[in-house]
Design a protein around this ligand. Structure first.
Ligand code: UFG
Length: 323
């Protein structure tokens, strides 16, 4: 298929583009490079530098790409930042995203695949979390993604736009070529690995008094190559709706630090800090729906295997991407 990928220069997008190309699809990447990196775009893809705020450019790029499917990664995605600057999240993730949605309808795109998040559930009442749980976000990031999910439902009903929305748990790991490099790094695994690389003296643990066995937050880490595979499965005709993507195993912040120590062979110093605003204590997926309906099967279900791929990439790219 001709696939138009927004945010294809970002962390998850770059690996998905690589896997789409390996599967024989023709890919156009649309990215403003505020979060992404030009060198993270697979050279086999066409690249368009552009911002989703530019309605005409989005529409033109989509038509030029003869897009049959759109995969929409481009977004701001930091829970903590969204608590400081909610407007940034609603403007980019909702208002700018709407330009893409309208352009997709006008271009008669057959399938729209959207990057949503488990942050749409808020503090879940049941664990592990399936797709039927109430969605009550506790941060503007999760709210902005939920708003987009709702727009998708209306666009399906009123314009016939078929969609798959993936609620990602915590993306982690790397492919051989592409890995995680944010200009300001706030994510746990890359920050812990910076200590192992000798680039930071210590990592921080945000909150040690959560109602979890060791007092630190629990997350479900899912390998980005496994996430990418789900997107490829979603392009097949008839696949539609909302799907959680996670492994179903939760690991605490302290367990992640220990896994990084074992994989890197380095001791990792940490300091305890207060809680970070907007963080739910525990997020673990029940992803049975994706297993059954998409025939999705993660290849990296264990945290250590995920961390090993991240460590391998960071060792080979200690400064990340150069641009
Ligand atoms: N954490 C630390 N120290 C750090 C960084 C993070 O203790 O240096 C903690 C956080 O407080 C949280 C956990 O580690 O409890 C994971 O934090 P991340 O920042 O790595 O990831 P988040 O769970 O906050 O968010 C990520 C993505 C979101 C996505 C979400 C789904 O950034 O886009 O996963 O859970 F929605």
């Amino acid at each position: 298929m001709n696939v138009f990928v927004t945010g294809g220069a970002g962390y998850i997008g770059s690996v998905c583009v690589e896997e789409l190309l390996n599967a024989g699809h023709v890919v156009t990447v649309f990215d403003n490079l505020t979060e992404g990196h030009r060198s993270a775009v697979d050279p086999r893809a066409k690249f368009v530098l552009g911002d989703l705020a530019d309605r005409e450019l989005v529409a033109r790029a989509l038509t030029d790409a003869r897009a049959e499917a759109v995969i929409h990664f481009a977004a701001h995605a930091l829970v903590g930042e969204s608590m400081q600057n909610p407007g940034k999240y609603f403007r980019n993730n909702v208002a700018n995203g709407l330009n893409l949605l309208d352009a997709a309808v006008a271009a008669r795109v057959r399938k729209f695949v959207f990057s949503s998040t488990c942050a749409t559930y808020g503090v879940p009442e049941k664990m592990p979390m399936d797709e039927s749980l109430p969605q009550l976000p506790v941060n503007p990031y999760g709210e902005s993604k939920l708003m987009f999910e709702k727009m998708l439902l209306w666009y399906r009903q009123l314009h016939g736009l078929e969609f798959v929305a993936f609620r990602y748990f915590n993306a982690a790991g790397a492919s051989k070529k592409f890995g995680e490099h944010h200009r300001i790094e706030t994510h746990l695994i890359p920050n812990v690995l910076k200590v192992a690389l000798g680039q930071k003296e210590q990592c921080e643990i945000f909150g040690t008094n959560y109602p979890t066995p060791d007092g630190t937050c629990i997350r479900d880490y899912i390998h980005i190559v496994d996430l990418a595979q789900a997107h490829i499965l979603a392009l097949a005709p008839g696949r539609a709706g909302f799907f959680n993507l996670g492994n179903g195993s939760g690991y605490s912040v302290r367990e992640v630090i220990h896994a990084c120590e074992r994989i890197s062979g380095q001791p990792i110093k940490s300091i305890e800090q207060p809680r970070r605003a907007g963080d739910p204590p525990r997020l673990v997926a029940a992803a049975d729906k994706a297993f059954k309906e998409l025939d999705w099967q993660p290849k990296f279900p264990k945290l250590e295997a995920i961390v090993a791929t991240a460590w391998d990439w960071h060792k080979r790219h200690p400064q990340g991407y150069r641009d």
